[in-house]
Each structure stands twice: as structure tokens, then as C-alpha cells.
Design a protein around this ligand. Structure first.
Ligand code: CA
Length: 235
């Protein structure tokens, strides 16, 4: 589970990040609305904790822009006062839930858990392509009656490729979405995980393979149709 915290009170943001890290969430924190919007549009999060009063772009505007860009990540809005109007505005802008400051951290964690469950109900449990299906909560990749469980990064990389189906997924996108914008990850990391995934596809004897477009990215293809991107794909 990956969480974005958008909160300009740095001490509060850090305290929240620490509490969530203890719960094994992967956390990114940013301290203004413009960065919050950038991060939320670029990386994939399971929940966004979004303050309303923020410099550069307020939380209501961030939520509105995310929803108009079709980002459906659940948003938990933090309001400074117990003002009904703020709550109503937040929900109108696309927030899924809100909490009034000051709040109890155990309640915050409970709400985050509830939001991730709610998302799980809406989103389909599997992504499929060709003869493959990837189960999103068990991380099992299946072909016929054979299956393998993917490691966390393998799963994230393959999930991106599956979401893009036959389109080329740029390497830079994979790095930003799987390793994060601030990471030191390089092209090599992506290549390593692509090669792990290719080994698993061949173990499953799947018709699906991962094609390469040199210096650009990767795409999925099935062996019953020739790869249309012409770039050194691997069986
Ligand atoms: Ca604030």
C-alpha cells in the first residue's frame, strides 16, 4: 500500500508519515498543493491524505483537478475546523472521507484502512491479457492451471504493463510509478525486473511476452500476433 501525504505543517506530515511507515505503508510526503497534484498525477497511490489549507493550490482544488484527470485514488481530506461547509465542499470536489484536526491517529489509520478496502471492492480483482491473469491482492500470476507469486516490484511493473495493454509503457514512467519520483532507481533496475518477469512468463509457458522498444520502453504482446513495434522483443 502506498500513501501520499499532502500537508504543509511539516511536523504533522512527518508524524503521519512515521505512523504509516510503522504500519508498513510506503509513504511519500509533500508540503504544498502543487507538489501534491504532481505526485498524485505521476505515481500510483492507494490513498491520498490531503489537507485543505495548503500553499500554492488548496486541497479542494487538488481534489477537483485529480478527479477531472480521472484519477480515482481515494482521498481522505483533513479540515482545520469542524466546519460543515468545508466538509461538504471537500466531498463535492471528489474527496471520499474527511477528518477534522486535531484527530486521533488510530482513527486516521482506521479510515485509511476503510478507504483501501472500499477501493478494493470497486476495482476488479484481476487484470488479464492473452492467456495470463494477474490477481491483484494475492499477486499471483496465472496461466491455465499454473501460477507463480510475484515479488512486490515485479507485480507493480507487470501491473503497469497490463494496464497499458499493447501500448508501449515508457521506462521513465515505470521508474516514476514503481520506484517513485525521488528514487535513485535507474534503467538497470527496470531491466532486471523485466528479465525476472520474462523468466516467469516462460516458466508459465504463456503466449504472452514482453517486447522492448530500445531506449523507450516495453509492451506486452501475444505470440499469435507478431509484435507490431519491431523492437527486439523476446519470446
Ligand atoms: Ca494546512
Amino acid at each position: 500500500m502506498r500513501i501520499l501525504i499532502v500537508e504543509d505543517e511539516v511536523r504533522l506530515a512527518e508524524a503521519l508519515a512515521q505512523i504509516m511507515a510503522e504500519q508498513k505503508y510506503q509513504v511519500d510526503q509533500v508540503h504544498n498543493g502543487a507538489d501534491g497534484l504532481d505526485y498524485a498525477l505521476t505515481a500510483q497511490y492507494d490513498v491520498i491524505v490531503l489537507d485543505v489549507m495548503l500553499p500554492k493550490l488548496d486541497g479542494l482544488e487538488v481534489a477537483r483537478r485529480l478527479r477531472s484527470a480521472h484519477v480515482s485514488t481515494p482521498i481522505l481530506m483533513l479540515t482545520a475546523h469542524d466546519e460543515i461547509s468545508d466538509k461538504v465542499k471537500g466531498l463535492d470536489c471528489g474527496a471520499d472521507d474527511y477528518m477534522t484536526k486535531p484527530f486521533d491517529t488510530s482513527e486516521l489509520l482506521a479510515r485509511v484502512r476503510a478507504l483501501t478496502r472500499r477501493q478494493g471492492e470497486v476495482v476488479s480483482e484481476e487484470l488479464a491479457f492473452g492467456d495470463l491473469s494477474l490477481h491483484l491482492s494475492s499477486h499471483c500470476l496465472r496461466r491455465g492451471d499454473k501460477s507463480v507469486r510475484l515479488g512486490f516490484k515485479e507485480f507493480e511493473v507487470l501491473r503497469l504493463l497490463l494496464q497499458n495493454a499493447k501500448l508501449v509503457t515508457p521506462k521513465d514512467d515505470i521508474i516514476a510509478k514503481v520506484w517513485g519520483l525521488d528514487s535513485e532507481a535507474e534503467d538497470n533496475n527496470v531491466e532486471v525486473y523485466i528479465s525476472f518477469l520474462r523468466k516467469k512468463l516462460s516458466f508459465l509457458a504463456s503466449q504472452v511476452s514482453i517486447g522492448t522498444v530500445r531506449k523507450v520502453g516495453y509492451f506486452l504482446t501475444t505470440s499469435d500476433e507478431p509484435g507490431s513495434f519491431g523492437g527486439g522483443g523476446m519470446p
